[in-house]
Design a protein around this ligand. Sequence first.
Ligand code: YH5
Length: 271
Amino acid sequence: MQHLLKKIRSGQWVVMGILNVTPDSFSDGGRFNQLDNALKQALKMQQEGAEVIDIGGESTRPGAVPVSPDEELERVVPIIEKIREYSNVAISIDTSKPEVMQAAIEAGANMVNDVNALHADGAIDVCAKYQLPVCLMHKQGAPQSMQNNPQYVDVVDEVKRYLVSRIEYCIAADIKAENIIIDPGFGFGKTLENNLCLLKEIGQFCTLDAPVLVGISRKSMFGLLLDRAVNERLVASTSAAVIAYQKGARFFRVHDVAETCDALKLCEAVV
Ligand code: YH5
């Protein structure tokens, strides 16, 4: 995984494919719940160009119901083990729970993706112990209520300050600066206007000296802007990735791996 961060720092892009293993997965419709389907989906995304597979066992979509650590573990660990049997693709564990981070890492995960930016008790200790890359994401409020009434004076400034403070928190806990990835958290306690503003100004995050991960794929902002259902947001999602690339972002968390890789190859060819 560290080689991928080097790749990003040298200016090349990396795509992370999303693998949801929640029964209520919003855009996979729970179809990939079975182990074999999850494996097939992971290998397909790898073949299409994903260099990281992000595995999440708890839905973080607005209004989602929280799950226990045990239930989340039972969803993600068998899938990580299964993928490891067949592939060396880097695996990211999308969780906020230290127990899940630990078990996922022991099962073969190479990176922690925490939408809660290591706020949970013990989360930072697990990350410091294993010295793996960790993605720190901004959100305002809890998933259950975050979209009710997001409020910012200056969304870019506030998100930037938050991420800088989380980077400092990690450094103080002996997490190496080179292992820290930052993410403005599109859709997490943000209005459509906030999300568009963050996309427009994503270049400001790229100056913070950490790789910037963009997770905008199929999100509700496209539904609001275009009146498109989740499965009709491919063009907007890919276009947003291109915009972010042109402003300096190099790490993309997406559902549609092949299409995003095509678009990014084009971006890279236009120099
Ligand atoms: C992210 O941005 N997002 S889970 C609602 C949607 C579509 C997609 C209704 N984990 C991020 O993908 N991790 C999630 O339409 C993430 N950055 C990082 N680092 C939510 C999600 C989604 C929600």
